[in-house]
Design a protein around this ligand. Sequence first.
Ligand code: ADP
Ligand code: ASP
Ligand code: MG
Length: 422
Amino acid sequence: MARLVMKFGGTSVADLDRIANVARHVKREIDAGHEVAVVVSAMSGVTDQLVAWCEGALRTRKIFDAREYDAVVATGEEVTAGLLAITLQDMDINARSWQGWQLPVLTSNVHASARILDINGTELIRRFRETREVAVIAGFQGVHKETNRITTLGRGGSDTSVVAVAAAIRADRCDIYTDVDGVYTTDPRVVPRARRLDRVAFEEMLELASLGAKVMQVRSVELGMVRNVRIFVRSSFDRPEDIDPHGNPPGTLICDEAEIVEQQVVTGIAFSRDEAQISIREVQDKPGVAAAIFGPLAAANINVDMIVQNVSADGKTTDLTFTVPAADYQRALDVIVKARPAIGYARLDSATDVAKVSVIGIGMRSHAGVAAQAFSALAERAINIRAITTSEIKFSLLIDAAFTELAVRTLHSLYGLDKVTA
Ligand code: ADP
Ligand code: ASP
Ligand code: MG
């Protein structure tokens, strides 16, 4: 007997038939004798609709009260948790739903992107023991201890809920069921030749997720790494009846680097179109200029990512290019225009039709020249690189958005990641 936590994402609970399918997956594990907690997302599209309603409700103000936004968007998961509990009961399985405040899932009070601080798992464990009750937990939500207000964990946050629950009840397994059967070398919907990874190290998954692979929320990977929760990503679309509960189902294990025997140089490629580029032209090349630019951006809570500086031919002025998340683009421009007297520049150029393509692999620590190969491969395809950043286990390239797929495919083949077809 083992203790499991199973998470089902939006597409996996998109309608009543799929919820029934989820219930059969749960039944399979119960029949195998396991103790089970399930974490569910909202039915697919529901959270988007709830967010749109919050935005639509504003007639005069520009921003809404984040506490009320959370009160609205947290409801999507409550519906699914209740429906799955009803479905399980209908199959004669003892089950009950739990909302975040009921467990409770205690969080910080940063509404709309709260952090989980603590989950009390004792009651769940007692019920497993005494009545074999399945806990069906609404993902994505928690409660702030002092204010008692409902909080949510940021988009994709149910991934974090499940890892936190797994840590709280000391689960033997944390299975994330989604609409793909694992973590691939890149998004399989964009590159059909992408290959499923059997294992991926926490650190690499963290980079893949933060650089655009939406299969896992960044914080869930962070939490898995810190609390040492191994995460297994697998498909919810397999027929539960076809799965051997004691076998090795297809999927990807996110685990410690030490558990990976054959480490490739490059593990995967991530990309993001949610980037914007701002270039400040003819800035005086003198001490304090970078501070005058990036200080006000930091004060406005805008995350600056890539930074490139070119000195002009006469050595007196410089061009400074940087990227910000597309969502912060307009605000960033406003900040720079406002700071113009302090910075002193000739003009601003900007682009939102850019994409960031990133190559990730722990093996890069011990291999030189990995990025250089990418530069020539992209040059051969006439893809211009606008900016570059590198770190120990990854490098990122900013390119025109129109070339995203071509660049990802080119690099995917270059680093030998393509699926071998017979
Ligand atoms: P869920 O609703 O189950 O949380 P998501 O839509 O959030 O599922 O995440 C799964 C999606 O992530 C897949 O459908 C896939 O298109 C996308 N994805 C992006 N990069 C990858 C990758 N490297 N491996 C697997 N899936 C990826
Ligand atoms: N329903 C939330 C979202 O769509 C949380 C999740 O699915 O993980 O972002
Ligand atoms: Mg998700």
